[in-house]
Design a protein around this ligand. Sequence first.
Ligand code: ARG
Ligand code: ZN
Length: 877
Amino acid sequence: QIVHLEDYRPTDFVLERVDLTFELDPRETKVEARLIFHRREGVSPSAPLVLDGDELTLTGLLFDQEEMPATLYDVSADALTIRGLPESAPFEITVTTLLSPETNTQLMGLYRTSNVYCTQCEAEGFRRITYFPDRPDVLAVYTVNIIADKATAPLLLSNGNYLGGADMSDGRHFASWFDPHPKPSYLFALVAGDLGVAEDKFITASGREVALRIYVEHGKEPRATYAMDALKRAMKWDEEVFGREYDLDIFMIVAVSDFNMGAMENKGLNIFNDKYVLADPETATDADYANIEAIIAHEYFHNWTGNRITCRDWFQLCLKEGLTVYRDHEFSADMRSRTVKRIAEVRHLKSEQFPEDAGPLAHPVRPTQYREINNFYTTTVYEKGSELTRMVATILERDLFKKGMDLYFERHDGQAVTIEDFIACFEAASGRDLKQFSLWYHQAGTPLVTASGSYDAAKQTFTLSLEQSVPPTPGQSAKRPMHIPLRMGLLLGDGSEAVATSVSGAEVTNDVVHLTERRQTVVFSGIPSRPVPSFNRGFAAPINLQVEQSADDRALIARHEADLFARWQALNTMALDNLVKATGQVRRAEPVTCDEALVEGLLTAAEDDRLEPAFRSQVLSLPSESDIAREIGRDNDPDAIQAARQAVLSALATSGRDTFTRLVGEMTLSGPFRPDATSAGRRALRNSALSYLVYGDERPEKAVNAFRAANNMTDLSFALTLLAHRFPFAEGTVEALAEFKRRFADNALVIDKWFAIQATIPGASTLDRVKALMSDPHFNAGNPNRVRSLVGTFAFSNPTGFNRADGEGYRFLAKQILDIDPRNPQLAARILTSMRSWRSLERMRADQARYALEEIAAAPNLSADVSDIVERMLQDE
Ligand code: ARG
Ligand code: ZN
């Protein structure tokens, strides 16, 4: 059951219209689908119509309103095959199915959450509603009629524009919706229930009025204010920056509390995990606000990149996701600090995507085969996909990139297309050949660029030797050299930037060196003194870079680079080098050393008032334990990494005590909470400084006081995290945890934080704590957010707790995966990917991890989702 890209061909039948009628009932929902088809020209007159299904029960089948003879069709739970259909005339098939939304625990198709009916159809959920050509290249116009009990479901929503509705005699009512834009089935949505609404409107650039509605649980309407504000800003930004206007009279968002992913861009009716809609100062952190802004924008931007122009097949998922992530990144960069946003993106890319690309689950941004498409909603498709779009923009530069985007919208509006179609627009707009560049879509693995330079004082030349290689990945042993746009600068001793009189050996555009060969020697002429090269400004290329650079050279970059991202990068690399060295020292039982240059570099930046606080906070936040593990790459001992990081942190805490004390005072805000980026940056810097003070102290008082003084969720949860992680068993911690839980007992999103904070307490004993928490009355194994906050957070974000040397963490996870899988395979498979770096662990742990994976693999009745992940994870290197 492996699907191959090369097997793609269009459907035999063209779908013209879809008419759906839902009679909603918790256990017996009746769905009638009237589908008008005609045979595609050139298709054999004997070819049957084959429709997809998934766990469906057929209760009726009509052909042009007449009962279909049993001899003319075959039906099973997952397919309906109809024979003897007209040669060329259009015909109507009416399919009736019976569903049980209430017992649909997979949360795919039509399901119930807190008494609300809702749908999730991407990627292949529509086939759980009715038999259908459930693939993204089948575009049709939909009419939807919804009938439901009026008392429990006063609200009946679907895609497009509202046509009308009325009460019925039996206590039920109905509503009809019409979506004039042809769409694939994965963008279908239906919501019915009793919800509150926040309303607003938006006037488009051409003067049309769009009604905006965000539906939330009754009483939570005020918590949708920020999401509404973000939506209006996103709509305006897309008009200004990409020239994209909204195209219906109404745009709706519904927040639900049981959702497998973040959110879904259904046409005109986005459905969201409520975690990415609801916010107020008392319950949401600055990170929550930033996520809401980004995800509201992301789903809205899909209206053009995804909906108006969609994917030909699921191999092209990055066509809409990579591009839309790029668009939401640019939006956030414009709303906030571009540099700080870029730092956060790169941190995320390196901590999530780089490990995926270096492990058994590595796959190309545009894969060529899959067993379970749900497992390809990955950070490689999304985040690396976004980086590829960013590289196109870097290579073409602003104006030609814009010309290419405009051409894409003009050429492909209303179509289902491929990555090749996308790239062809940029080639046409720029006249540039992007064939070699396209390898980025097809070759998995993070490229490694090795650089070394030498300066010739007599000739005043700087010679740079560059070498690139892409590591082998599953199914791809040999790789070709890629087109890598390396943004860089040469800094002179006084911090100014050298301007070369000429450059040979590579194409250079502005500060971009175009690396296209396996080995390339680039000579910069007219360089007056030995320069310090600053590589990969803005992280323009998603690569690993290997370069010998002294701490002094890095410090020069950190002080003088015009590109602020590169300043952060220099300091972060310096810190990472030190942390890797410290890990070796711990493993050899030597004392840990913290370099003077690092202390000096971090504190100088932290104290520099000319730099924005959010940036300084990023400088102070050391590479994470998993960043260190990734850098080391093999034979990892998470305990040693943790001990090394703590030792470096303590050394910094001691050296910087005065600075940190001053910063905590200076950065403390007064007055009412404001979620803007500047205020958030001050809170971030204050909390970074506070954490050094807390780690530099043997007593919990400072953290307890911060917890008591906090008047917003950012500071409160930060203080609680400090307390729990630094003093897990202190009385003050126990009290604070209990108080936090009492205070927010009726707010699920905050209780998720309470679970997550405890799941990430470092050390082997946290496993017992996690097990105990699973019996807490607040734990709910049926709610994805709750499961992720406890089990997922433990496995993904607690290196020492999860990777216990005795393997108990892995055995615990295996048990959880097998427990979750029968209910919700997507969730189980996603959490299982937390083990994707198991091969880079030291021998004993790697063996234990393998046993746990083998235990999962051997279990009976695994879902396709979980067995796909576990089998790839166990495949020989
Ligand atoms: N398209 C959604 C997004 O905005 C993600 C939906 C994925 N859902 C799924 N079941 N695989 O990114
Ligand atoms: Zn998306």
